[in-house]
Design a protein around this ligand. Structure first.
Ligand code: HEC
Ligand code: HEC
Ligand code: HEC
Ligand code: HEC
Length: 401
């Protein structure tokens, strides 16, 4: 296979295995896995990935942060800023393969819009609001148009019937299975089993007339030399599902990414094994004697006076404000009243906010390790777009201590 000529794309629903998590700890652990997946997709050379409601389980800010780390664009024409309707991700790209100009656009399933708890700052527009306008804009620049869709199969069929200039729909979702491509009008609807168990492969000869042949071939008798090539007559395709089973030798780089991700999950789980139990939070003063240099630097930052800020604003009894201006209390904590009797050692955004509860480590530092490199998802619990629109993890983490 000549990978230069192949186009490696994914329709989405890959980061999480559900669209909402009931506990903050489960979500935080899932986010570490999601960060590992991005590293893997970067290495595999993916060229475009669609977005589904499931990819938004960590919130819009988390996905935007991952998009910054991704070497490929996250594509969605219908996830927009709820204030001004501007696209929050890349609405489409145009790639040239073998002289064929290929447009790739994406639509997220409406599930994301229904969940009003979660989708702060964005909304998901319906396909009919977005797609006709977008096709008008790009049709003169392209020969072949692909839609990465996590809409329902029914909606994808409606799109095929109404918009024949979409030539391929790659359908993603929680319940996907390997399906023989379905030709409706001039659109080929394709779907591959979920969770990366298979790679769906389409070998395409794209006709200059831009239409699929009525009887398009599915046998592998005469495979074309390239994955996508241009031909004089009508367009034809062949498809395969390549099983990624245990007979395939593991790639060393992937093995390394998987091992590193598992180590991070484990370290995070351990440092938070007392999630929510305030008694295991000793307060930042307890770290001073052994980490004096770091501690003195932290003292000069806003985190060390976050509670004082509330006092100055006469808001230190406001249960809405407190979780983000103190230590050891998760925002998702349902019983917030104990915030009013919080011990003074846990005022401000202390060391343990990011490194985990420190009691055991303070007693035996070599035996009980702390989380040495807290991830962006910890910051994003407080540095939400509402409270800090300009948050940038890589830059901001240099200012901590
Ligand atoms: C528990 C909530 C919380 C978490 C978690 C959190 N922050 Fe903050 N952060 C705040 C608050 C509140 C302020 C403003 C404090 C003030 O000035 O009163 C702040 C301020 C800052 C500032 C400005 C610092 C300064 O000196 O003025 C930076 C930079 C920052 N945070 C980065 C981060 C990074 C990076 C992370 C993750 C590693 C993080 N924060 C995690 C709540 C949090
Ligand atoms: C979701 C978390 C969160 C909540 C809830 C929250 N804050 Fe903050 N707050 C932050 C973060 C993060 C910053 C730092 C923003 C930055 O660095 O730009 C901040 C900064 C501030 C600052 C500016 C500090 C300075 O001097 O620069 C004030 C004042 C403040 N918050 C007051 C409040 C009040 C009052 C409430 C409740 C009505 C509140 N906050 C609720 C996260 C939160
Ligand atoms: C807002 C989050 C946050 C707070 C508060 C915070 N840290 Fe950190 N700390 C980090 C991050 C993130 C790193 C990793 C930095 C990196 O990878 O560049 C780190 C790294 C460290 C390291 C490892 C440094 C190394 O060289 O390996 C130590 C030790 C540490 N912090 C101690 C502390 C102590 C002690 C405090 C309180 C006085 C504190 N931290 C407060 C986020 C925080
Ligand atoms: C009695 C001394 C002592 C106290 C108190 C202490 N530490 Fe440490 N800490 C250490 C030593 C020693 C290491 C290096 C351990 C190693 O390399 O095996 C360390 C390492 C760390 C690291 C790097 C990751 C790791 O575990 O190796 C972080 C983060 C950290 N400490 C945070 C804290 C925080 C936060 C507190 C306060 C809650 C704290 N420490 C209190 C001695 C201490």
């Amino acid at each position: 296979m000549n990978t230069e000529e192949a186009l490696l794309i994914d329709a989405g629903a890959l980061l999480f295995n559900k669209s909402s998590y009931s506990s903050q700890l489960d979500l935080d652990l899932a986010k570490i896995n999601a960060e590992g997946l991005i590293e893997a997709y970067n290495d595999l050379g993916y060229e475009a990935v669609g977005i589904s409601e499931i990819d938004l389980a960590g919130g819009i800010n988390f996905l935007k942060l991952l998009a910054e780390k991704s070497k490929f664009p996250w594509i969605s024409a219908n996830i927009v800023d709820s204030k001004n309707n501007h696209c929050l991700f890349v609405p489409y790209i145009i790639k040239n393969k073998n002289g064929i100009r290929i447009a790739i656009t994406g639509l997220a399933g409406t599930g994301a819009a229904d969940d009003t708890n979660k989708n702060v700052g964005y909304k998901t527009l319906g396909w009919s609001e977005v797609l006709p306008r977008l096709l008008k804009e790009i049709s003169s620049q392209t020969d072949l148009c692909i839609l990465l869709s996590s809409l329902s199969p029914r909606e994808n069929e409606q799109i095929s019937k109404q918009l024949p200039s979409i030539n391929i729909i790659i359908q993603a979702g929680r319940y996907s299975l390997n399906r023989t491509p379905l030709l409706i009008n001039n659109t080929l609807i394709c779907q591959t089993e979920k969770q990366g168990k298979y790679i769906g492969q389409l070998r395409i000869k794209w006709g200059k007339n831009g239409r699929w042949a009525e009887q398009t071939s599915q046998s592998s008798q005469n495979p074309p030399a390239d994955q996508i090539s241009l031909t004089e007559g009508s367009s034809t395709y062949e498809n395969d599902f390549l099983a990624l089973d245990s007979s395939i030798v593991n790639d060393p780089i992937m093995e390394k990414i998987v091992a590193q991700t598992k180590t991070k999950v484990n370290a995070f789980g351990r440092s938070n094994s007392s999630y929510g139990e305030l008694g295991d939070y000793v307060g930042s003063d307890a770290c001073f004697e052994c980490h004096s240099k770091i501690s003195r630097k932290w003292q000069k930052t806003g985190h060390a006076r976050a509670y004082t800020t509330l006092v100055e604003k006469k808001q230190e009894f406001n249960l809405t404000c407190l979780p983000c201006h103190v230590t050891g209390v998760s925002l998702s904590e349902s019983n917030r009243s104990f915030l009013l009797s919080l011990p003074a050692r846990l005022y401000n955004v202390g060391c343990e906010t990011c490194h985990g509860a420190g009691k055991a480590h303070t007693i035996a530092p070599e035996k009980t390790k702390m989380n040495a490199s807290p991830g962006a998802f910890i910051c994003l619990q407080c540095h939400t777009s509402e409270h800090d629109g300009a948050f940038h993890f890589e830059q901001d983490k240099k200012l901590l201590h």
